[in-house]
Write a protein that binds this ligand. Structure first.
Ligand code: ZN
Length: 281
């Protein structure tokens, strides 16, 4: 009993910290620009990185066609322009006034002899809104490093999304939706993405919609099962489903029928090449 009393006394201090947090974040936003400046003079370490820097690889298509691994965040910065970024709401506010509002940082604590040691988890999504997207999770003892880790991890987890139009209600042969339904799983969360007709929009949970928007998918339905309130699991299940889209074998005749495109939307000539490449597989 005597041991527990000092912990209780700490509680108001924590509360004050949490209330002061938004101001802290604003101050540190200036620091991010410095980090971005550092990224521009990027020195590649891996073979792929050196090829990208020297201009031997100028298109991200090459990376995915030849099955290279992305082990440096600089590769994505060099090859893709106009990247959109979003931090997903994976945590919730604590303390007074009910708490429970959704926040970008998930706070957890470890109890130690010195006191409570908080840790912040955050999840970033980065995409070019045209077939390439990545998701990363970062954890750190403070908010800013955890966000930087999440951004870096997102760039390392980039995937190429297969798009098309697989809806029975729509026969447009354009890549506004997905070519067939796909399922993904993480923890108890199971999710099925279902192609929807043009103009339907993203009929999915809000955090999922952010991922799908950055992936360049415009119309989709979904069906979920399990504890979807666990946002990190829901996010990973969505990422899993997007990955599975590319793992399914497609017949060459279906590529034209469903308007299947891997990655970026391109001019007609380039598209034919990829159709051939996909057909060969
Ligand atoms: Zn369509």
């Amino acid at each position: 009993m005597a041991k527990e009393t000092p912990r209780k006394k700490e509680a108001p201090e924590e509360m004050a910290k949490i209330i002061a947090e938004p101001i802290e974040v604003k101050e540190k936003l200036e620091g991010i620009e410095e980090v971005q400046a550092k990224e521009s003079d990027w020195k590649p370490v891996t073979d792929v990185g050196k090829k990208v820097k020297s201009g031997e690889i100028s298109d991200i298509e090459q990376l995915f066609n030849q099955g290279y691994m992305i082990l440096e965040a600089g590769i994505i910065d060099a090859l893709l322009q106009d990247l959109g970024e979003e931090l997903l709401l994976v945590g919730q506010a604590k303390g007074k006034f009910g708490g429970g509002q959704r926040r970008i940082f998930k706070q957890t604590q470890k109890k130690t002899a010195e006191g409570n040691k908080p840790k912040f988890t955050t999840c970033a999504v980065i995409g070019n809104k045209d077939g390439y997207v990545g998701i990363g999770v970062g954890k750190a003892k403070e908010t800013v490093p955890s966000r930087e880790k999440a951004r870096r991890n997102a760039k390392l987890n980039f995937i190429r999304v297969r798009r098309g139009c697989g809806s029975w209600e729509c026969n447009c042969r354009q890549a506004h939706s997905i070519p067939f339904s796909a399922t993904g799983k993480c923890g108890s969360v199971e999710i099925e993405l279902i192609p929807a007709p043009k103009g339907k929009g993203l009929c999915v949970e809000k955090e999922m919609a952010k991922i799908l928007t950055l992936a360049g998918i415009k119309d989709v339905w979904s069906k979920t099962q399990g504890q979807t309130g666990t946002k990190l699991n829901l996010i990973h299940a969505t990422y899993d489903a997007l990955k599975k889209l590319s793992q399914i074998k497609v017949r060459p005749e279906d590529i034209a029928k469903r308007g299947i495109i891997e990655g970026k939307l391109k001019e007609a000539s380039v598209r034919e090449n990829t159709v051939e490449a996909v057909g060969e597989q």
